[in-house]
Ligand binder design. Sequence first.
Ligand code: AN7
Length: 362
Amino acid sequence: MILDSNNSYKGVIDRYKQFLPVTGNTPRITLLEGNTPLIHSPVLSEKLGSRFDVYLKYEGLNPTGSFKDRGMTVAIAKAVEEKMKAVICASTGNTSASAAAYSARAGIKCVVVIPEGAIALGKLAQALIHNAKVIAIKGNFDCALDIVKEIAANYAVTLVNSINPYRIEGQKTASFEICDYLKFGPNFHLLPVGNAGNITAYWKGYKEYYSRGKISCLPQMLGFQAKGASPIVKGKPFKNPETLATAIRIGNPASWQKAIEAREESGGLIDSVTDKQIVSAYKMLAKGEGVFVEPASAASVAGLIKLERKGFFKKVKGKKVTIVCTLTGHGLKDPQIAIKNIKRPPVVKPKIKEVLKISGII
Ligand code: AN7
């Protein structure tokens, strides 16, 4: 925890103001987002071998349970500074939850357009309880994004999807935190890719720290799409993207070109992982590391395991190799997926003997 002289943490705008497009006039609309833990992963580090240290950047611990809050605090603060009274976004869920919460905090109107039936329950609940105007369309995320872009271009409402540059500015603070914590830049950074805003933001953050001399090595950016929604990997938009990781069910990413730039400039890659690989990593994180994430978030770890199996890391030089996987959202966002992947608990008579018999204690 980073504290100021009053022993209080004040959120990402305050902590990284010299790197952000904010002034003294920018309102601090914050829920104390950021400052998330970088958790060492013994299981994954061991899997890769003694030269490797794998860390998990657990973004599920942000106020609304996803990394979106870092960008939203800046986007909403700027909208308020610019005297806007309403914001709008399309969303696969987390953007809407974050936009709704920060709009409630700012006292402005929030409109969200979502693909009907394709949003995890927890996220929908968040948007609704924060009093956003939630509109479901009979279409997918890409279609919803087209609609809100058009509305924002013609009416007095600010678009808060990651096309909004303030979103990217806020989200780059995750890279800063990682470097500040490690005291150097990691060698590899893995993360899920949906609309490709986050990979754009992380890469921008790393480059800024590098150019200011805060780190002396830039990571290779390794992004992972779900196989059924992998337009960047395939080199063409997907008309009907499909994956159980609904957060990244996106067929035509807005920051496509920026993701390609991050890949090329960093010497990294963008690959895909199957739903099966995602679920396997999702369960492994929960069971092996005690870290509960939503399925889309597990794409980074699924990607790590896929690359490890292909021998990718064996070819990496260096005595010490540091790898960071971003876990973008909390597991409680999507309780239905969790329930689908576990055995229902047994029901027994309320007797000590009965409980002991199946408890595994004796
Ligand atoms: C948990 O909420 O696009 O590549 O509308 O919720 O920056 O899009 C969410 C994306 C990864 C992908 N993990 O990030 C939305 C939305 C989680 C996410 C992504 C999302 P980007």
